[in-house]
Write a protein that binds this ligand. Structure first.
Ligand code: CO8
Length: 247
């Protein structure tokens, strides 16, 4: 009896949560976002798609835009149907950096005391794979945003750079750290010190090799707690196609 109750409770909870996700998605899909376009794409609607949409400002990353990106990521993160997330811009600009007009008159006290732009970090804490599809300018915070993602796909017109030095400042969202790991110290220093732009198609690395290997080993071990790992290996042995259940 209690089992039946639990089951129906579970179904009720599941239905409520899934309705909540649908409402959240519809709310935002219904035009609540000002600076981004958000939808689910793919044959199975399992790709969360976020397009930065401030064309007149070359997708400069104003505070409102980054808050909206955070909201969209939150809703995709908790949406069980979504397996991966894509962040993209336009052909002309992925993002031309943090919004310089917004930063122009900020003081040290405001930035330091208010932990200015700390919420940008949300992108790098998403558990699902996040892919940056980059074309056009990916500069300053735009380059940093791309590097916070797990994978970068760069189009022919992609131009990466950390031109903060030309504004009298330095990268503030991982540019000195992730870029070094992505392209090596020499090129990273050249880019940060000159503000020059380059085309790159290289993977980015968040951890040292040793840390990464350790984490990889643990995650590899963890796959042995899933039914899908068992199914995948069994299917290989039985010479058939695996039938994964996301379990
Ligand atoms: N912020 C605000 N507005 C911008 C930005 C920007 N980053 N980039 C472009 N725009 C605006 C321009 O002001 C212009 O608007 P308007 O027509 O109203 O004047 C419009 O976009 C089009 O720009 P341009 O006319 O300049 O277009 P061009 O094709 O001539 O040049 C460039 C394109 C080369 C991309 C040029 O716009 C440029 O150099 N932009 C600035 C690039 C830059 O310096 N980016 C780094 C910004 S600083 C930063 O990102 C720090 C991140 C720190 C994060 C910290 C987190 C904790």
């Amino acid at each position: 009896m209690s089992k039946i109750f639990c089951l129906s409770c579970h179904r009720w909870l599941y239905a409520t949560v899934s309705l909540y996700h649908q409402c959240l998605f519809l709310l935002h899909a219904g035009g609540q976002y000002e600076y981004i376009l958000v939808e689910k794409r793919g044959e199975k609607s399992n790709v969360g798609f976020i397009q930065l949409n401030r064309p007149k400002a070359l997708n400069a990353l104003c505070d409102g835009l980054m808050k909206e990106v955070g909201l969209a990521l939150d809703s995709f993160e908790t949406d069980g149907d979504v397996g991966a997330i894509v962040i993209t811009g336009s052909d002309r600009a992925f993002a031309a950096g943090a919004d310089i007009k917004e930063m122009q008159n900020r003081t040290f006290q405001e930035c330091y005391g208010g932990n200015f732009l700390a919420h940008w970090n949300r992108v790098s804490t998403v558990k699902k794979p996040v892919i940056a599809a980059v074309n056009g300018f990916a500069l300053g915070g735009g380059c940093e945003l791309a590097m916070m993602c797990d994978i970068i796909y760069a189009g022919e017109k992609a131009q990466f750079g950390q031109p903060e030095i030309l504004l009298g400042t330095i990268p503030g969202a991982g540019g000195t750290q992730r870029l070094t790991r992505a392209v090596g110290k020499s090129l990273a220093m050249e880019l940060v010190l000159t503000g020059d732009k380059i085309n790159v198609r290289k993977p980015t690395y968040e951890l040292s090799l040793a840390e990464g290997n350790r984490l990889e080993k643990r995650l590899f071990h963890a796959t042995f707690a899933t039914e899908d790992r068992k199914e995948g290996m069994t299917a290989f042995v039985e010479k058939r196609k695996a039938s994964f259940q996301d379990k």
